[in-house]
Each structure stands twice: as C-alpha cells, then as structure tokens.
Design a protein around this ligand. Sequence first.
Ligand code: ATP
Ligand code: LTN
Length: 329
Amino acid sequence: MKRMLSGIKPTGRVTLGNYIGAIKPFVSYQDEYEMYIFIANLHSMTIYQEPKELRQNTKDLIALYIAAGLDPKKVTLFLQSDVLEHAQLGWYLGCMVNMGELSRMTQYKDKVSKNETIGAGIFNYPSLMNADILMYDPDYVPVGEDQKQHVELCRDIAERFNKRYSDTFKIPEPLVAKVGGRIMDLQNPTKKMSKSAETSKGCIYILDDIQVSKKKIKSAVTDSDGHIHYDPINKPGISNLLEIYSILSNKPIKDIEKQYEGQGYGVFKNDLAEIVGQELEKIQARYREITSGSYLDDVLEEGAQKARNIARKKLAKVERKIGITIKKK
Ligand code: ATP
Ligand code: LTN
C-alpha cells in the first residue's frame, strides 16, 4: 500500500476551501492508501493564536476530519505537538536549506510585501514542514495549490540529504486536485478562500449556521454576462461556484454547464446553496455526536503512539547518519 501524509493548521474555523481542497480528498483516499493526517499546531504558532481559540480550533479540526468521514481505524490521526521528533528533525533540516530557498517561498514573500511585522517562524516553517513529511516516507502529499511549492522544496532537501549522507528519505510527490485545489473567496474570487481572512463574508465555514452559508453562496460575486460557463480567467466567480458544485455533487463541470444552459445565475446559485447546506448539515450532525464524550482524546492518543513509533526510528536513523549519535548501538 502506498503511503500518504498531510496536515492542516488549526489557525481558524475550518472553511469550505479546506474541506474541498484537503479534507474531502483525504476521505476518498483512505481505502487506497496508508494515511497519516495530523493537525499542524506547531505551524499555527507562526502567527499569534489566542490560546482559548487555538484549543477550540484544534478540537474542531480533529472532530471535523472524523465528521467528514475519515475513519481513525484506517487513518493515523494525530497532533503534531504530540510527536516531539518533528521539531528536532525540523532543526536538522533547517540547517540544510539555504536562506535564498526560504526567501523564495510565496507565503513568506506575500507577508513581506505587505510590510507586516513577521516572526522568524514564517520564514523557517518550510523546514518544519519538510520534517513533517520526510519523517514518514510518504509517496504522496495531498495539498492545495498554495502548498505545492513547499512540497517541491521538500523534495530538493530530501535529495540533498540523501546525496550528502546516504539514501534516507523517500522523495515525496505533491498531489494537487485538478478541480477544487484552490477554492476562491466568494466576495473576491481572485483571492483564495482562507480561514485567516480579515472578513468572513466570502468564506463559508463548515460549522457556519446553515442559513448563513446558503446566503453567502447566493450573494457570491459573479459577473454580468449571465452565462454559466467555466473560465477561471475571465469568469472567476462563476468558475469558482462551478468547482464547488462539481465537487459536492460529484458531477463533471461540463455536465453542470449543460444542465444550466439558458438559465440565469439565480437558479444555479439557489441549487448550489441547497447542495452546500445539505453537505454541511450532514457534517455538523456527526460533529455534534463526536464531540460529546472522550472519543477524540482516545483517537489522538492512539494516533500519537502510532506516529511516535515511526518518528522515533526515523530520527534515530538521521542522527546516526549525520554524526549526532556517538553510541555504537
Ligand atoms: P491560513 O489562512 O491560516 O493560511 P488555510 O485556510 O489556507 O489557512 P491551511 O491550514 O493552510 O488553511 O491549509 C490546509 C489545507 O487546505 C492545505 O492542503 C491547503 O492547501 C488547503 N486549502 C486551504 N485553503 C484552500 C482553498 N481555498 N482551496 C483549496 N484548498 C485549500
Ligand atoms: N504548511 C501547510 C500545513 C502543513 C502540511 C505539512 C501540509 C504543515 N506540515 C505537511 C502537508 C504536509 C499549510 O500551511 N497548509
């Protein structure tokens, strides 16, 4: 069985973008791959998190993974901070990456260009991400479009390490969905739907009130040409809605275009609002069941143990190779 690994940061309320771009694909992979999915809580610290909110977001995220259909019996689900080896391997790998390489990362460049005061964590975080990945030798890393560059850097660093020492890490492949890899903000469809966005109007949260989320779909920004056609460059709003529709209804975009030929945006948006509403209702019902008891703690404990078994061995191997370990056995 090929292995797959991915993580999501608990930096805010989980969005429809996270669900479509990350969580839903994970669910579809779980029968086919050996999967490791974790909450990237160390990464979330790159931006200040209010402690109470961080705790709640972390719990919600793990519950939503399961509510969306991930089965902890099939998938190893864990908290990054429960496996201390990530930070240690992150340090070694951080010593192997060049400042120039880290400076070219889009997420970092975006922050710099906005002249925000940024912590060193934002700059260094691809090294920790490299550790998260290389620790488990995955074949594939399913991510949204925005993370592809980080996985490519990870491949370079793995190759560098293997060449400098000896074969140690598997070279992972990023896996970006062709449809749904980049769901856009409903009010500004040239911007990614993001859980840490300043305003929530263009962003659907999985735990949103159902009526609120329907309203957000109905008031999504489109264009004035009235033709339901997929063209992300010239019709970003409608194209984004078509992607959401396609993923949630399991229908190809071409079929949806045909279905709404000659109809206005109103009908299409109303139908999509219903589809989104139904999907969220299903997840929210399951979420309420899961969060009432100690089930989540048990899942995380079991996941951490499984992950630690792998991480401990990998880190020991790395430390032997690089000369940190002085004991013979
Ligand atoms: P932040 O706004 O704090 O950067 P985020 O909403 O971008 O957070 P992440 O935790 O960075 O979410 O991402 C989790 C996963 O969800 C990643 O694989 C990422 O690529 C994917 N993802 C995030 N936003 C979207 C989106 N709008 N469309 C598709 N996939 C997305
Ligand atoms: N950096 C990613 C989250 C993340 C991740 C990972 C994804 C941290 N470690 C390892 C895949 C594999 C983000 O910002 N979305």
